[in-house]
Design a protein around this ligand. Structure first.
Ligand SMILES: Nc1ncnc2c1ncn2[C@@H]1O[C@H](COP(=O)(O)OP(=O)(O)O)[C@@H](O)[C@H]1O
Ligand SMILES: [Mg+2]
Length: 330
């Protein structure tokens, strides 16, 4: 191809497009054009590619156009950085249903069309492999990073439960625990826009690593309505606030017991405590999840209630909507 032909084609482009041309070749009616796309986001790249293609395809003597967009190294490093926003799910103490809420929040968010991943950071007592029905699956590693395990619920997941045998006690010491957490969080989460992280209960090493190294966008605190759980929940809220992580709000779990026989609602743990407590702390209240045998049964079976229909799924869908709204506006 002559320089003339190349120059002729280049003059057809808009000036801002021509300025980005790194090379342009025409052979047998086929144009191969390389553009410098540094500093452009995905939308701008797609726009330039389409426009250049259209212009050159209309030129005489051209039957096919191939456009390659090159980003410089700094851009490539930028785009390899995780894009996801982390939502940490924490609680002051164990057994309040933090893992249940984390799993179902992830599933409910995914049902709204968001791309969601789930990290089980409770490396001492992992439960997400079971809750998402992925027990026994082993994640593979690619480029020294773990590839999340796919679940039936559209939510990929990584948990120590995938790496150790079920029921095996895990006795990590502090630094090892933080290392394990890092492996889970630095997995191939490339497709996820939101990462839900199920933290261990309390305010220890893992929580600190999480705050300092991975900077969650926000935190959801789970509490039961009892006073004791609420005192611990207050500590969890303080930990996040001190670490500069905004608290999205408090969820009251196991809120009212629906008797499976007569349908009567009773309050074995009290009711409304978390809402009042959130109010005192100036923290939003994200809603109530009822104490319901179906939630425990379905969770144990690896079929998250949020994936089904009915009042349990609706409660988690409400929670997901509030969290999504918060993420959209913060
Ligand atoms: N709303 C609920 N109704 C009934 N059972 C629940 C509810 N939330 C959690 N559970 C059950 O309580 C137990 C503890 O929940 P889990 O999510 O493991 O708590 P945590 O992660 O805070 O330790 C599990 O058996 C779970 O199925
Ligand atoms: Mg748990």
């Amino acid at each position: 191809m002559t320089q003339d032909a190349s120059d002729r084609l280049k003059t057809l482009l808009a000036p801002q497009e021509a300025a980005r041309v790194q090379s342009l070749r025409l052979a047998d009616g086929r144009v191969t054009i390389v553009l410098d796309a540094s500093g452009m986001d995905a939308r701008a790249r797609a726009g330039v590619e389409a426009s250049v293609k259209k212009t050159l395809e209309a030129a005489s003597g051209v039957s096919e156009v191939r456009v390659a967009l090159m980003a410089d190294k700094a851009d490539a490093a930028e785009s390899a950085k995780p894009m996801q926003r982390i939502v940490a799910v924490g609680s002051g103490k164990g057994g309040v249903g933090k893992s249940t809420v984390a799993a179902n929040l992830a599933v409910a968010l995914s049902r709204t069309g968001r791309k969601v991943g789930l990290v089980d950071a409770d490396i001492y007592g992992p439960s997400q492999a079971r809750l998402l029905g992925t027990e026994g699956q082993k994640p593979v590693a690619h480029d020294n990073r773990l590839v999340p395990v796919a679940s039936h619920w559209g939510v990929p997941v990584l948990s120590m439960g995938h790496l150790s045998d079920p029921g095996q006690a895990i006795a990590w010491r502090g630094p090892m625990a933080s290392g394990a957490l890092t492996q889970l969080l630095e997995g191939h989460w490339d497709d996820a826009e939101i990462l839900i992280v199920d933290l261990p209960p309390g305010t220890g090493d893992i929580q600190l690593t999480m705050l300092q190294k991975f900077k969650p966008a926000g935190a959801v605190i789970v509490s039961t309505p009892q006073d004791l759980a609420l005192i611990d929940a207050t500590r969890a809220v303080e930990l996040f606030e001190k670490g500069g992580v905004p608290v999205i709000g408090v969820v009251e779990n196991m809120a009212g017991y629906i008797c499976p026989h007569c349908g009567e609602v009773s309050d074995p743990f009290g009711s409304g405590g978390a809402e009042a407590c959130a109010k005192t702390m100036g923290t939003p209240f994200l809603g109530r999840i009822p104490l319901d045998i179906a939630i425990r049964r379905e969770s144990d079976a690896g079929t998250p209630p949020a994936a089904g229909e009915g009042p349990q799924a609706a409660a988690f869908a409400d929670l997901a909507r509030r969290v999504a709204d918060w993420l959209d506006t913060n």
